[in-house]
Design a protein around this ligand. Structure first.
Ligand code: F6P
Length: 357
């Protein structure tokens, strides 16, 4: 039986999206009669009816390509059911595009927000399959998301390269790693890059404790230190505030990024020469590493298999060494954060890495 598959990539891009798209397409063409429609720029294309009929050759040569050939956009889930200035009922518009295109199913590649909207569409009766991508690795129900390992390689390389300047000049370098709510990327790259302190959103820090790390290293004739801080890290006082209060307090204080603030505070407290480095979107760029190419392909092929079996309302996942699928309804809306007692945290503490707590 022929199946018309809509496919979209939503939210922040990451390495491995094209490899996953290719995995879905190749397995679909190979194992059943498939027609693939590329929905452009994530849910924006689904809302506005922008799409492209894909040909088999469109999926060639994209395994190693970063970004997404379909384009992406951020359309916050919380706004999906709200009428904006344009008065468009977004959910009705997405259903209409799906029906107009006579789709048998929709494959959505994305992070937490994407999964929430995918679940909403599934509840609205559409046949949806999710694929978990994000450099944040914060999707519930999967050990890893694709994009994470590549970002980890990049962030680790950044930390490695910073070591040379830190050591040569006897400086403290505070490197800000992406991750607003989840600290997985900072935890893994901080560990891989040999950071002396790792500061995560999940473990509020005390700046005095971070300064002690520098001081104790100085006593041991180590004049330099590397601090890996997650973008969304906060100190203990800030952690007691509600998000909006915290943002307001930061605005009043002229906050312009966590790494800059920590570097300034350490200069004052520990009298060290400190620098802040923010690699930003470099962490999401470029070709996927081998692990992500394989994982993306595995996820894509599994999605095609679900389509072949007409099994919808799921998102693909890695559990242990197996590719499985979880119900969208059981995953959507839950973020996988770093538990304070996670084995990796204990392990890091056991080799002397400070979490500043
Ligand atoms: O979710 C991936 C991510 O890179 C986060 O780590 C980061 O907080 C956010 O996206 C940045 O989003 P944007 O690219 O929209 O600035």
């Amino acid at each position: 039986m022929k199946r018309r598959i809509g496919i979209l990539t939503a939210g922040g891009d990451c390495p491995g999206l094209n490899a996953a798209i290719r995995g879905v397409a190749r397995a679909a063409y190979e194992t059943f009669d498939a027609e693939i429609i590329g929905i452009l720029d994530g849910y924006r294309g689904l809302i506005e009816g922008e799409f492209r009929l894909m040909r088999k050759q469109d999926f060639s040569g994209i395994l190693t390509l970063g970004g997404t050939i379909l384009g992406s956009s951020r359309r916050p889930f919380r706004e999906m059911r709200l009428l904006g200035d344009d008065n468009v009922d977004k959910v009705a518009a997405m259903k209409k595009t799906y029906e107009d295109l006579k789709l048998d199913c929709l494959v959505t590649l994305g992070g937490n927000g994407t999964h929430k909207t995918a679940n909403l569409l599934s509840e609205e009766g559409l046949n949806v399959i999710g694929l978990p991508k994000t450099i944040d690795n914060d999707i519930y129900g999967t050990d890893f998301t694709f994009g994470f390992h590549t970002a980890c390689e990049i962030a680790t390389d950044v930390i490695d390269r910073l070591h040379t300047t830190a050591a040569s000049h006897g400086r403290v370098i505070v490197v800000e790693i992406m991750g607003n709510k989840a600290g997985w990327l900072t935890l893994y790259s901080g560990m891989a890059g040999g950071a002396d302190a790792i500061l995560l959103p999940e473990i509020p820090y005390d700046i005095e404790k971070v300064a002690e790390v520098m001081e104790s290293r100085a006593r041991n004739n180590k004049a330099f230190s590397i601090i890996a801080v997650a973008e969304g890290a906060m100190d203990k006082k800030e952690a007691k505030l509600k998000r909006k209060e915290r943002e307001a307090a930061r605005k009043d204080a002229g906050f312009h990024g966590i790494a800059y603030r920590i570097a300034e505070q350490l200069q004052e407290l520990a009298g060290v020469e400190a620098r802040a480095v923010v690699p930003g979107h470099i962490q999401r760029g470029g070709t996927p590493c081998a692990y992500d190419r394989v994982l993306s392909t595995q996820f894509g092929v599994h999605a095609a298999d679900l389509i072949k079996k007409d099994k919808y309302g799921y998102t693909v996942a890695l559990v242990g060494n197996e590719i499985v699928h979880n119900k969208l309804s059981e995953v959507a809306g839950i973020s996988k954060l770093v538990p304070e007692d996670h084995q990796m945290v204990d392990l890091a503490r056991n080799i002397g890495i400070s979490f500043g707590d």
